[in-house]
Ligand binder design. Structure first.
Ligand code: ARG
Length: 699
C-alpha cells in the first residue's frame, strides 16, 4: 500500500539563501553550507525512499527555493492547482513546475494573475480526505480559496495565519492519519482556532509548544504511522507515540535557514479523491463603495485595517483620488471573508465607517419580528451614533432617534419609517432589522475649510494642560454663540466640580443663561447644597481647605433637611438653600435630572432611583442639544455619550486621561477632551466668557 504513495522532491544543487522573503531568512543570506544541505537532504530522501516512491524534478539555476516542492502546487487526484508565488523571487519556479505536472499527465489549473496561492505549503488535505485546510494571511490570498473548492470539488476550510514566523500553513499545521492534528494554536486567529476545534475533537488535537514549533515540528511528512520531522522534544515524542505514531527525526537545520523543513521539501502527488466528497465553500465576497476624504481623514486605511483585523481580505478595485483640496475621493473595495458570520461582522463595521454596497449589490433590509417583549432577534443590527439610513422597498429612509447600542425597528404601515429602539422598549411584533443588508451611515464629508473653522479645531482628541487655555477660549466662544442663537447646552457634572471649587463658576454659568439642562447624580446636588448651607463639601471647609470636626455628618444633615421639604425646589422656595448650582437651576427654571446609584446616601427626594426612568429623563433632556459639557463624571458622561447622536458637540473635562480618551474614542470629530482640574477649567471658562461680554475691560 505504501508503494502507491508518490512524493516529489528537488535536489538542492542550487540551494542557498539568496534573498529574504520570510523572517527565517533574515541574517542568513549565504550563511548555509551547501555540503551540509546536500547531506541533510539525502538523509530525508533516504528515510522517505524506504516508505514511498520519490520522484525528482530537475533543479534549476537562479531559483534556489525550488527545493521546497511543497510550493509547486496543490494536487488532488489528477488535478493540480499551480502556485502563483507572492514574491517575485519565487515566481521563476512556476514554469518549471507547470512543465513537470503537464509531463506527468496532470490537469493544470492556473489562478488569475495577481491572485497569490502557494500550493501545498498553504493547503493541506485532511488525511481522511474529508476536506481541505487552506491558509491565508501572508502568502496566499483568501480569494484563491473559492477556486480550490471549485476545481478540486472539495470543502475548503480557511485558516488565518497571524504570526509571520509561521507564514505558510504547513509551518504550523499538520493533519495526520486517523484524524489526528499536529498544530501550533497561537499561529492562528481565534476564529480559525474555533473552526479547528469544531472539526477536530479534542482527543485528536496535538497542540505543540513554541520551542517545538520553532524546530518545525509541524512541518512533518506523515506516511501511515510514521512521522518524519527535523526534531521533536521528548514530550512531543511521547504524545505522538501515545497516539500511535513513530517519530523519525532527520536534521534539516540548513533548510530552516530558508524557513522550511521536511514537509516543505516534499510534495505528495498521490492524493486520492473520495467519491462522496464535494465542494462546499463558505468564503464570501462583496463589493463596497466608499466616498469622502478617504485619504485626509484616514478612512481608507481604517477600512482596510478593519477588514484584515476582522479576519477578511480585500482587493481595492479602483480608487479615484479627489484632485482638488475640496474634492472627495471614492473607492471600490472587494471584501472577502472565510464565512458568512465573519463577513457580517466586517460589514457592520464598514457600514459604521460609511461604506455602502455597490449600486448593483444594494438590497433592502432584512427584518425579523420580535417574539418576546424586550428581546431583539439574535442577529439584530446594533445602531451607532452616526446618522443612518435603511433601504425599505427600494427607498432609503432616515432612521429617527439616532443613538448607539440600540436596535432599529421599522414600521411599514403607510410610508415606511425607522427608529432606534432600546432593547427594553421592543414589543412583540415589532420588526427589527437583522444582518447588515440595506443599511448605510451618512458621514458628511465636511469641506476642509469649514472643518478648520468649526468646533473640531483640534480634531477629535485629547488636549493636555499646555493647550487648555486655547481650548477654553474656543469653548467659551462656542457657548457664547449657542446662547446668542437660543441654542442648548447640557452640562453633566460630578461632585468633583464642587470639591475643586468649581461650584460658584457652574452657578455663574447657569445664572448667565449658558446652561439649558443639568444632568448628574445624587452626590453633586448634595455636595452643592452642603456647601451653600454649611460651607463644607463632604465635611471639608471649602474656604480653608481643612476638614471640619464632625463635618462628615453635614452631608447627611443636608439630605435630611431637603427630604423634610420634599424636594430641592421646595427647599429653595422655603429659603433653606440660598445659593449654589441647584439653587440657580431652580431659580432660573433650568431642568435637571439626578440619576441614582447603588452608593447613594439618602437619597435626595429628587434623585431618580429607577434607572430606566433616569435614563429616559436624561435622554429627554439631551434631545436637541448643541453642546454637552461633561465635567468630571465618568459614569454620567459615558451614559450621556451613549445616548447622543453624532453631530452634537461634546467637551469632556476630567483630570483622568482615561475618561477623556474613552469619550473621544467615539471617533466623532465633534468631541474634544480636556485633561485638567475641573475647578480650574471652569474658572478659566468664566474668565473667557466675561472677556467676551466686556471685551474692553482690562483685567
Ligand atoms: N524560502 C522559502 C519561502 O519563503 C521557504 C518555503 C518553505 N516552504 C513551505 N512549504 N513552507 O518561500
Amino acid at each position: 500500500m505504501t508503494s502507491e504513495i508518490r512524493i516529489l522532491m528537488c535536489a538542492p544543487d542550487h540551494y542557498d539563501v539568496d534573498y529574504v522573503i520570510n523572517p527565517w531568512m533574515e541574517g542568513n543570506v549565504h550563511k548555509s553550507s551547501r555540503d551540509r544541505a546536500v547531506e541533510q537532504w539525502q538523509g530525508l530522501f533516504q528515510v522517505l525512499k524506504d516508505r514511498a516512491i520519490v520522484e525528482l524534478v530537475k533543479p534549476e539555476k537562479g531559483v534556489p527555493d525550488m527545493v521546497f516542492t511543497a510550493n509547486a502546487g496543490l494536487v488532488l487526484g489528477k488535478e493540480v492547482v499551480l502556485s502563483r508565488f507572492f514574491h517575485k523571487e519565487r515566481q521563476g519556479e512556476e514554469p518549471f513546475f507547470k512543465q513537470w505536472f503537464a509531463d506527468q499527465g496532470f490537469t493544470v489549473h492556473e489562478l488569475p494573475k495577481d491572485l497569490p496561492f502557494e500550493g501545498a505549503g498553504d493547503a493541506l488535505l485532511d488525511r481522511e480526505g474529508r476536506w481541505l485546510w487552506a491558509g491565508y494571511g501572508f502568502r496566499s490570498e483568501l480569494d484563491s480559496h473559492p477556486y480550490l473548492a471549485k476545481w478540486l470539488d472539495i470543502e475548503v476550510l480557511s485558516l488565518r495565519l497571524m504570526d509571520e514566523r509561521f507564514y505558510h500553513l504547513d509551518t504550523c499545521f499538520c493533519p495526520l492519519a486517523n484524524g489526528y492534528l499536529l498544530y501550533y494554536p497561537p499561529a492562528f486567529d481565534s476564529y480559525s482556532n474555533r473552526l479547528i476545534e469544531m472539526r477536530v475533537p479534542e482527543a485528536k488535537r496535538i497542540p505543540i509548544s513554541e520551542p517545538d514549533a520553532l524546530n518545525f515540528a509541524c512541518n512533518t511528512v506523515n506516511i501511515g504511522t510514521v512521522v518524519v520531522m527535523n526534531k521533536a522534544s521528548d514530550e512531543l515524542k511521547r504524545r505522538l507515540s501515545a497516539a500511535g505514531f513513530d517519530v523519525v527525526e532527520t536534521p534539516l537545520t540548513e533548510f530552516l535557514k530558508a524557513g522550511g523543513a521536511a514537509k516543505c521539501l516534499t510534495l505528495r502527488t498521490t492524493e486520492p479523491v473520495l467519491a462522496d466528497i464535494h465542494a462546499s465553500g463558505t468564503v464570501e465576497s462583496r463589493i463596497v463603495r466608499m466616498e469622502g476624504h478617504l485619504l485626509d481623514a484616514g478612512l481608507i486605511n481604517q477600512a482596510l485595517d478593519l477588514i484584515v483585523e476582522g479576519g477578511g481580505s480585500f482587493q481595492v478595485l479602483n480608487f479615484n483620488l479627489g484632485e482638488q483640496r475640496q474634492s472627495t475621493s471614492s473607492a471600490e473595495v472587494k471584501v472577502t471573508a472565510p464565512s458568512h458570520d465573519v463577513m457580517e461582522a466586517i460589514m457592520s463595521q464598514l457600514i459604521d465607517l460609511g461604506a455602502l454596497p455597490r449600486m448593483d449589490e444594494q438590497c433592502d433590509i432584512i427584518w425579523e419580528p420580535v417574539i418576546q417583549d424586550g428581546v431583539a432577534p439574535d442577529d439584530f443590527y446594533v445602531s451607532t451614533i452616526y446618522p443612518t439610513e435603511v433601504r425599505v422597498s427600494g427607498e432609503w429612509v432616515q432612521v429617527q432617534k439616532q443613538r448607539m447600542d440600540g436596535a432599529i425597528a421599522v414600521d411599514m404601515t403607510g410610508n415606511p419609517t425607522a427608529a432606534c429602539r432600546l432593547l427594553r422598549d421592543l414589543k412583540v411584533g415589532d420588526r427589527v432589522i437583522v444582518g447588515v443588508e440595506g443599511i448605510r451611515t451618512v458621514r458628511k464629508p465636511e469641506s476642509r475649510d469649514t472643518r478648520s473653522q468649526e468646533f473640531s479645531f483640534m480634531g477629535a482628541g485629547v488636549s493636555s494642560e499646555r493647550r487648555v487655555e486655547l481650548v477654553v477660549e474656543q469653548i467659551a466662544w462656542e457657548m457664547r454663540q449657542i446662547r446668542d442663537h437660543g441654542g442648548k447646552v447640557v452640562v453633566t457634572a460630578g461632585p468633583v466640580v464642587i470639591h475643586t471649587g468649581g461650584g460658584e463658576h457652574l452657578s455663574h454659568l447657569v445664572r448667565e443663561g449658558y446652561v439649558q439642562a443639568l444632568l448628574g447624580g445624587n452626590a453633586i446636588a448634595v455636595h452643592d447644597m452642603e456647601q451653600s448651607m454649611l460651607g463644607t463639601s463632604l465635611g471639608m471647609d471649602m474656604k480653608r481647605g481643612v476638614s471640619v470636626r464632625g463635618g462628615h455628618r453635614h452631608h447627611l444633615k443636608v439630605i435630611n433637611i431637603v427630604r423634610r421639604y420634599g424636594s430641592i425646589a421646595k427647599a429653595v422656595e422655603a429659603g433653606v438653600v440660598t445659593s449654589g448650582v441647584m439653587y440657580e437651576c431652580v431659580k432660573n427654571n433650568i431642568p435637571f435630572s439626578l440619576a441614582g446609584s447603588i452608593r447613594d446616601d439618602g437619597p435626595l427626594p429628587d434623585t431618580e432611583m429607577d434607572l430606566i426612568k433616569a435614563q429616559e429623563a436624561y435622554s429627554r433632556l439631551i434631545e436637541g442639544a448643541d453642546l454637552i459639557l461633561m465635567l468630571s463624571s465618568m459614569l454620567h458622561s459615558i451614559g450621556v455619550g451613549n445616548m447622543t447622536p453624532a453631530g452634537v458637540k461634546m467637551v469632556c473635562v476630567d483630570i483622568n486621561p482615561a475618561v477623556v480618551t474613552k469619550l473621544s474614542d467615539r471617533g466623532s470629530v465633534e468631541s474634544v477632551g480636556v485633561v485638567t482640574d475641573v475647578g480650574l477649567f471652569l474658572s478659566l471658562l468664566i474668565q473667557q466668557l466675561d472677556r467676551l461680554t466686556y471685551p474692553y475691560q482690562v483685567a
